[in-house]
Structure formats: structure tokens, C-alpha cells
Design a protein around this ligand. Sequence first.
Ligand code: XMP
Length: 329
Amino acid sequence: DWSVDLVIDQQIAKIREQIGDKRALVGLSGGVDSAVAAALVQRAVGDQLTAVYVNHGLMRKDESVEIERAFGASTGGAKLVMVDAEDEFLSALHGVSDPEEKRKIIGERFIRTFEQAQADIVAASAHDPDATDVQFLVQGTVYPDVIESGDADGSKVIKSHHNVGGLPEDLEFELVEPLRQLFKDEVREVGTQLGLPDEIVWRQPFPGPGLGIRIVGAISKQRLDLLREADAIVREELTASGLDREIWQSPVVLLADVRSVGVNEGGRTYGHPVVLRPVVSEDAMTARFARIPYDILDRISQRITAEVDGINRVVLDITGKPPGTIEWE
Ligand code: XMP
């Protein structure tokens, strides 16, 4: 019999036993899994946990601010270190349009940034005689990840794809994975029970490389801002329509190297298209395009073309997975 309170109590006891009086780090991605794992560990060992959030400049509109506020409030003020690495990421990505190249650069930058944050945290407490080792790394690994990686016997493996940008393989950490036995809907129940707000618990999955893999073409601040505006409109309309909990994910993709002719107030436009990619799925392994009512699509299309200067066309991706993937890169 599955009871959310029982799971929480058992995990808290287990986490306390594992961590003892040592310290732990958690990387927050903005996703539900890392947030719930962090909240559980914070509940278990309080200030021995430090959360690290890396803003790589590829986040959605207002996302960093929302994460900081929602995480701080719901955990009763857990220790949170916000790292602003936007400039470093964007200059490393300058002029790069190959999808795998982008992923590699973002992954490596992420590792360096996380290592630096870790070193800073250790250095900051170097003169505190009571400070214990930072020995544990909290991961939001969920049961489908465990199955997929063939890791059901409990041996410790860090997967690159499912964690933010992939964490360093040579990190000398012991993993704490309180969600290893849970499915996504159970993780959401635990999160709600722990008091995390709906905006975190019901957040759509978001890839570690962020909007960087939703711009087809080279990444720039200006292109990211265009995409952020369009994406915010889509999220707003889907939330307002009440459809967002049925939809697994609704990426918006900017075709930055494509332009088409349009007309606006009698004048010619020559702008970029965005692609809407709303999907329904159980686990992201397969997916179907979400059947969004035409009037909602119409409103989204009208708003984006009217409100986002530089985007003059909205197209809908109706490809399944397979043969498409959910993301375009
Ligand atoms: P695809 O595009 O392969 O995506 O159908 C399947 C799911 O994985 C997410 N995704 C990622 N998540 N790091 C992540 O944490 C990544 O590098 C990454 N790439 C894709 C994607 O958003 C979808 O939910």
C-alpha cells in the first residue's frame, strides 16, 4: 500500500542515517525531481544541505527568479547559492550551430561551473572548526531512470542525459537518491505533501541544455530573448486553458536561420518562424502530438505574431516520437 506520508518518513530516516553529520550539495535544475529531492533532504538534515542553481542564460522567461522564490519559500529558507554564468555560457556558445557541439559545450561549462561553486562552498567554511566534509551529492533520479540505465541493483551510476547537463564523472561524492523508487506522479505527490508550490510540482520537464537546443542555428542573447517571449506566451495560454497538466511538454523552437515574408499593417515583414511542439507522453520515450483545440492554437499564434517583434509565423509540429524526438536538437 503506497502512502505518501510513509514514503516521506522512511526516506527522511534513511537520508539522516546516510548523511549523518556530514554536508551535502544538490544541483537544482528547476525541474520537479531535483526540487523534490532537495526538499526531502532539507527536511532531513536542514542546513547541512546547500542547493546550487546555475543560471546558464538558457532558461525560460523569469525562470531563475521563480525558482529562487519558490524553493526558498517552500523549504523554509534552505541554503541556496545562485550562480550567474550567463556571460560565460553565451561566449562559449558564440557562433556554434551544430546540435551536438552545443550540447557538449553546455555540458562541459556546466561541470566547470558546478565544480567552482563546490570549491567556493568548501573554501567559505574552511575556517569553521565545526564544518564537516561535503561528501554527498543529492540527485533527483527517479525509477524510470533506474530502469533505463540498467541500474536496478542499486550500484551508483551518474547518467549524463537525465541530470542537468551531466555532472562530472570524477566527482568524489557519494550519491543520495531519495526518489529512486518513485514514478513521476508519486514524486509530484511527495512534492505537494512537502509543501512545494504547484509551479514547481507541475513544471514541465525541461532539458538541461535549456533553450540552447531550441534555437535551430547559432545562439545569441537576442535570439534567446525572442524565444523566451514566444515560449512565455505559449505557457501562459496553455496554463489558462487548463490543458497544461495533460500535456507532457510543449517546447517552442526558434528557426533562427529561416525567414519568411509576411505582412503587417499593410507593410512587408521578413521574420523568423517558431515551431510549437506540444506532446503527450507517459515517460518521454514515445510521444504523440497533443490535440490542442484550434481556438487555443489560434490565440497563441495571434499573440506571438502580434507581441513578439521579429517572429511573423507560427507552425505546428505534428510528428510523433518516433520518428521525431521531442526536442529538435
Ligand atoms: P528527446 O528530444 O530525446 O527528449 O525526445 C526526451 C526527453 O528528454 C529531455 N531532454 C533532456 N533532458 N538533459 C535533460 O535533462 C538533456 O540533455 C536532454 N535532452 C532532452 C526532453 O526535454 C524530453 O523531455
